[in-house]
Structures are given as C-alpha cells and as structure tokens.
Design a protein around this ligand. Structure first.
Ligand SMILES: Nc1ncnc2c1ncn2[C@@H]1O[C@H](COP(=O)(O)OP(=O)(O)OP(=O)(O)O)[C@@H](O)[C@H]1O
Ligand SMILES: [Mg+2]
Length: 286
C-alpha cells in the first residue's frame, strides 16, 4: 500500500503497512540507484581519457574522446570535498552565453571512497595566460559581454584571471566556475580571486560584495594583456593594497572607513594612467 493511499484512508499505519512502505520505498531507492549508476557507468565508458592538459588546485583537466558520438572534449575532474559547498555544477550548467564555455555533459564517479565530478566541455586551444598577440579591444568587448550576462544571472565569478579565460581564434570563453556564487544577500568569503586580481573591497576583508569584484579583475586582466605583466603585483595582502595605492592614491579617512580599512597604508598620491603604465613597463616604481 502506498503512502498517499494510507493518508487518503485516514487510518493509523499498521506494522504491516510500515513493512510494505519500507520495502516499496527501498525498491524505489534501489531503482533510482541503479538508474543513476547505470548512467554513470555509461558515461564513464563514453569518454576515453587521452591526455592531461591542465592541473588546478582541486581538479585535473583531460582531453577525452567521446566513444559514442565521436569528437574530442575537455573533461575537468573535480574532487568533491563534502566539507565544502560545491556550486560549480549548478552554476555552470545554467550558463548560456557565446563567450562562456558551455558545459556539454557531466557525471560523478567514486574512487577509493572519494567522490569526483566530471565536467565535459568543448576543447579550446589555450587561455589568456598563454595566448600571444590577442586582439585587445575584441577581447575586452567579449569579456564585458560575458560579465554583463553574469550580472543578469546574479552570478559572481570570483576567480577571474587569464588562466580561467579560454581563448581560441580571437575569441574568449569564460571558464572555471569553481569559486562562483549566486548573489543572494548572504555573507561571502573575502578570500576569493587570485591576489593580483582581487578587488580592494576583498583585500579589505569585506564579506558583502557584488559582481563589481569581477569588473576589477577584468580591468587588471586587460591591463596585463597590454603591459605583458601583472598590473598590481603585491607579495601579500597589505603589499597588494599599497601597489594599488601607488596608482590610485591612498584612500582618504572617509573612504578608508567605508572600505573597513584596518591597515596602515603610506600616504601615496594618485598618478596619471599613462605615467603609471610607463613606470610599470620600465619597472621604476618606488
Ligand atoms: N574546456 C577547456 N579547453 C581547454 N583547456 C581547458 C578547458 N578547461 C580548462 N582548461 C585548462 O585547464 C586549466 C585549469 O582549468 P580550471 O581553471 O577549470 O581548473 P581549476 O582546478 O579550477 O584551476 P585553478 O584552481 O588553477 O583555477 C585552465 O587554465 C585551462 O588551461
Ligand atoms: Mg582555474
């Protein structure tokens, strides 16, 4: 007898009902497990690993061949740490934009009791870290189009850097949604983004921020493409703030209070952009 039948009859559940219920629920669960596992078995057999092309902190990226339908793809195998919130799949699978690497397929696997998520994506030639002679204006336009889309989806990427922007034939494709988060008004970690691309509010430890942190990172990336080296390169958090102040000047007391600044920063004057960029190129900053 099913749960809704028991509920509709409005009578007490007898031990025999309980037995029937548990067995039918168990059967349902076994069916679900088998279906899921069957899918997984098929999918892990569907993709044959050919080569490793990347290594991240929690993931390995492979070139795979789709044995069923043909074609080569990139597969990111990501460790699923049960102690961490894994948002990557949910966010990436809902992305739909010409300058965001589309997610084509995914499945989970368990190896030695460790769970992995496998994300199958189109395979791109490289990324902005290793690309040479990129068309700057075109890349800038595409990057901001992708960021405008992220903003419309209320998603903060939170790890924009050249290596996370895939590049092929003059076009870019945002990737790596491993640190991304939907803006839901909740507190967020300030320790996100690689230091060179970390927005001042993050460096100052703010836990309420928004998609503007990605705009800051995008600016740093575009400047880096032009300069051939990182725009702001600090050895630690305070050093990074000082590097930024060498260009933008030290914030005044009111701005410091708004930013929640708790650091001692030397009093630095803002510089004109061209003078600052020239000095970076010549590496003459004091
Ligand atoms: N679809 C793809 N096509 C080609 N190369 C890719 C693709 N996806 C990722 N890569 C390569 O693998 C590298 C690592 O991928 P990704 O950034 O997604 O992993 P990660 O573990 O989050 O890395 P990290 O922690 O270093 O940011 C990328 O910088 C890129 O060079
Ligand atoms: Mg990455």
């Amino acid at each position: 007898m099913q749960l809704n039948q028991i509920k509709s009859k409005k009578r007490r559940v007898t031990p025999s009902d309980k037995h029937q219920l548990s067995t039918s629920q168990e059967r349902c669960q076994i069916h679900k497990y088998l279906t899921l596992n069957h899918q997984n078995i098929n999918k892990s057999q569907k993709y044959q690993i050919l080569d490793q092309i990347g290594q991240g902190s929690y993931s390995t990226i492979f070139i795979v061949e789709n044995k069923l339908h043909g074609g080569y793809y990139a597969m990111k195998k990501v460790l699923q740490d049960p102690k961490q919130i894994n948002r990557e799949l949910e966010i990436h699978m809902n992305m739909n934009h010409p300058h965001i690497a589309p997610l084509r397929d995914y499945y989970y696997s368990v190896e030695n009791k460790v769970k992995y998520l496998h994300l199958v994506m189109d395979l791109y030639q490289g990324n902005l870290k290793n690309a040479i002679r990129v068309p700057l204006k075109r890349v800038a336009k595409q990057l901001f189009q992708a960021l405008e889309y992220l903003e419309s989806q209320h998603v903060m990427h939170r790890d924009l850097k050249p290596a996370n922007i895939l590049y092929q034939s003059g076009n870019i494709y945002l990737a790596d949604f491993g640190s991304s988060k939907k803006m839901d008004g909740s507190k967020s970690l300030s320790y996100v983004c690689s230091r060179a691309y970390r927005a001042p509010e993050l460096l100052f430890g703010q836990i309420f921020y928004n998609t503007k942190i990605d705009i800051w990172a995008a600016g740093c990336i575009l400047a880096e493409l032009e300069l051939g080296k990182q725009l702001f390169f600090g050895q630690n958090t305070v050093d990074q703030i000082v590097e930024i102040c060498k260009f933008l000047g030290t914030p005044n007391e009111l701005e410091k209070a708004e930013l929640g600044c708790q650091f001692q920063i030397p009093n630095l004057q803002a510089k004109k952009l061209n003078i600052y960029l020239q000095s970076i190129k010549k590496n003459q900053l004091q």
